[in-house]
Write a protein that binds this ligand. Structure first.
Ligand code: HEM
Ligand SMILES: *[C@@H]1O[C@H](CO)[C@@H](O)[C@H](O)[C@H]1NC(C)=O
Ligand SMILES: *[C@@H]1O[C@H](CO)[C@@H](O)[C@H](O)[C@H]1NC(C)=O
Ligand SMILES: CC(=O)N[C@H]1CO[C@H](CO)[C@@H](O)[C@@H]1O
Length: 329
């Protein structure tokens, strides 16, 4: 005898499974095997050389990829440059923090690929694989990236508003941004582990660092010595907006679970980082990942794999750009 719950599960899978597989069925890990057999090698060489010459590349590229995917799917919309007629995604106010190295590694790979197999490889695929290779190179987990994304036909700065998380947003709003894209709270926490690398500009956390309350200059969730060091490092940030601090003060260039170990010690940087440790809905995952790097790597890899197919465009819904910063027409 079928229970209502059982029926509901059957029906929901009937309704949801086809559209889910349809969305991805055109993707495969060996998509370029015949059309561009050197794809993997060229990506490997480009990302390795770039990361060695500019160690900030991995963090820059990972964040660029996240921003690309959350705005209209992983379709390289973030790579488009503005024109006099269109203010593109990358020039939204939030962009100041998308550093050049992430764009540069994609351009380098695209240049090499256009020589080897002209007009074949999309910019969206390049960004997805570059982010994966770079995470792996600095010690993070491997995850598989399916290929065959097309590049977007639009990119507008106005599409950013409310669609990317900001550290000062209430947790419910940050949850909602992930949830509306099909990511659970646990996946959100795992993905936030990306803050184990890279840096943040002082203004991104100044609201909890200075003039926090009448009794305390910084948020009490900071370790006091850490907040003093941050106030010193950022003292001049109004005059010098480029001042920035490592997201993971203990091992800033290594992809590990130190970000989660830092949080309970008051060594988180952004307000949203502190919130993960204090919110009862996320605290358990913070502790789990702090205590078990394998569990973090598995969760992060799975969530990144899911992120990498989010909203991808098939033939007809997009194009293979000739250059990554401009539409073909
Ligand atoms: C949970 C909500 C999140 C918030 C509120 C947030 C916010 C921020 C902010 C404000 C910065 C500093 C930007 C700057 O000043 O340059 C930053 C950096 C960074 N974020 Fe997030 N982020 C979130 C989730 C994520 C996710 C899901 C990823 C990737 C999977 C990610 C990857 C990064 C990386 C790698 C950096 C360092 C960038 C660099 O060093 O160039 N973040 N984030
Ligand atoms: C903190 O508040 C005081 C008094 O309102 C102000 O003079 C000072 O500039 C503020 N400091 C920062 C870093 O915003
Ligand atoms: C850590 O997590 C992995 C993967 O989930 C699990 O197999 C392992 O048993 C965990 N280790 C400990 C010590 O709990
Ligand atoms: C607000 C802000 O800093 N916007 C910058 C976005 O990026 C372009 C260059 O890519 C800058 O010229 C803008 O000033």
């Amino acid at each position: 005898m079928a229970s209502p719950l059982f029926l509901f599960l059957c029906f929901s899978s009937l309704f949801f499974t086809p559209s889910y597989s349809q969305r991805q069925s055109f993707l495969s890990v060996n998509y370029y095997q015949k059309t561009c057999p050197r794809f993997e090698q060229i990506l490997q060489d480009t990302t390795t050389n770039k990361q060695i010459s500019s160690p900030t590349t991995a963090a820059a590229t990972l964040r660029l990829f996240f921003h690309d995917c959350f705005i209209g799917g992983c379709d390289a919309s973030v790579l488009i440059s503005s024109t006099p007629f269109n203010k593109a995604e990358r020039d939204a106010d939030i962009n100041l923090s998308l550093p050049g190295d992430g764009f540069d590694v994609v351009v380098r790979a695209k240049t090499a690929l256009e020589l080897a197999c002209p007009g074949v490889v999309s910019c969206a695929d390049i960004l997805a694989v570059a982010a994966r290779n770079l995470v792996l190179m600095i010690g993070g987990p491997y995850y598989s990236v399916k290929l065959g994304r097309k590049d977007s036909l639009t990119s507008t700065a106005s599409s950013i508003d409310g669609n990317l998380p900001k550290p000062t947003m209430p947790m419910n709003q940050i949850f909602q941004i992930f949830e509306s894209r099909g990511f659970s709270v646990q996946e959100m926490v795992a993905l936030s582990g990306a803050h184990t690398i890279g840096f943040s500009h002082c203004k991104e956390f100044s609201s909890i660092l200075y003039n926090y309350s009448i009794t305390s200059e910084s948020a009490p969730s900071y370790n006091p010595r850490f907040s003093q060091a941050l106030r010193d490092a950022c003292a001049n940030y109004h005059q010098n907006p480029t001042l920035s601090v490592f997201n993971d003060v203990m091992s800033p260039n290594k992809f590990d679970n130190m970000y989660f170990q830092n949080l309970p010690k008051g060594l988180g940087l952004l307000s949203s980082d502190h919130a993960l440790n204090s919110d009862p809905r996320t605290k358990g995952y913070v502790d789990l990942y702090a205590n078990n790097q394998t569990a973090f790597f598995e969760a992060f890899g799975a969530a990144m794999e899911k992120l990498s197919v989010y909203g991808v465009k098939s033939e007809g819904k997009g194009e293979t750009r000739r250059r990554c910063d401009a539409f073909n027409n």
